[in-house]
Ligand binder design. Structure first.
Ligand SMILES: NC(=O)c1ccc[n+]([C@@H]2O[C@H](COP(=O)([O-])OP(=O)(O)OC[C@H]3O[C@@H](n4cnc5c(N)ncnc54)[C@H](O)[C@@H]3O)[C@@H](O)[C@H]2O)c1
Length: 255
């Protein structure tokens, strides 16, 4: 059945969409007419979100996937293509984020450092690599990566996280060059501090007050503010935009 909206009949694979901003992406994509593969380490959450989207009339598939596991990522792409026949959009939202404890970098253990890089950097690489054959065969596709505006400000006590998100910006630019000739766009969103309803170390009340105070626009950013940018980048309105970093931080940093 054909649906209306700026993403009508596009198939989007959205990692990390079991909760938080990723979940909002899934809802916004479905509302814009897309078919959505809801992929998350938490397979139960993924299936819940997919069921909710189906209840709203969209086509959706929920998958439990660890993006740092090469085999699982390959299976995710195979399942998406088997179910829906194509992949038009990949949103790399999965990351170790809300579960992180902020701490001075000297206190970050080597294992914790490697784990963050493995999911937040290697996971993005594996997912991009896994969709490339399908998108190349289609002659079209869009990849939307999720970095963070902490990369621009250099937020302290988050060295593993900020480093991982900086890598995603470099990956976006190089991939845009490699995939552009195949008609594939690659962009990155750099969100500021977003209220997602999920508690986390970096969004304690005193920190939030300071963050909003440093924004040009004096209100808390919510997940829908980021989802709007993702829908735009995945749509035809952004068809000649590639390799770019879209900062959605209420005007805290200017590129
Ligand atoms: N919330 C913010 O203020 C903010 C700001 C800047 C950037 N971001 C980025 O936006 C994205 C979403 O943030 P959020 O606040 O919703 O985070 P969150 O921690 O609430 O959600 C992350 C999701 O990713 C999933 N995930 C974690 N590891 C995974 C893995 N190995 N494989 C598959 N899924 C995995 C989790 O299960 C979870 O559902 C992240 O990339 C985050 O770094 C968030």
């Amino acid at each position: 059945m054909s649906r209306s909206g700026v993403l009508a009949d596009r198939v989007g694979v959205i990692t990390g969409s079991g909760q938080g901003i990723g979940r909002e992406f899934a809802e916004a994509f479905a509302a814009a007419g897309a078919t959505v593969v809801v992929a998350d380490l938490d397979g139960e959450n993924a299936e819940k979100v997919a069921a909710q989207l189906r209840g709203g009339g969209a086509q959706a598939l929920g998958l439990g996937v660890d993006v740092s596991d090469e085999t699982a990522v390959t299976r995710m792409v195979e399942a998406a293509v088997a179910e829906f026949g194509r992949i038009d959009v990949l949103v790399n939202g999965a990351a170790i984020f809300s579960t992180l404890t902020m701490k001075p970098f000297e206190e970050i253990g080597a294992d914790e450092w490697r784990k963050v890089i493995d999911v937040n950097v290697n996971g993005v690489f594996l997912c991009c690599r896994a969709v490339s054959a399908t998108m190349r065969a289609q002659g079209s596709g869009t990849i939307v990566n999720i970095s963070s505006s902490t990369v621009l400000g250099g937020r302290p006590n988050y060295l593993h996280y900020v480093t991982s998100k900086a890598a995603v910006v470099g990956m976006t630019r190089s991939l845009a060059r490699e995939l552009g000739p195949a008609g594939i766009n690659v962009n990155v969103i750099m969100p500021g501090s977003v209220e997602t309803g999920i508690p986390r170390d970096s969004a304690r009340p005193e920190a939030v007050e300071q963050i909003v105070g440093n924004q040009a626009l004096k209100r808390r950013i919510v997940s829908a503010d980021i989802a709007g940018a993702a829908v735009f980048l995945a749509s035809d309105a952004a068809s000649m935009i590639t390799g770019q970093s879209l900062v959605v931080d209420g005007g805290m940093n200017f590129l």
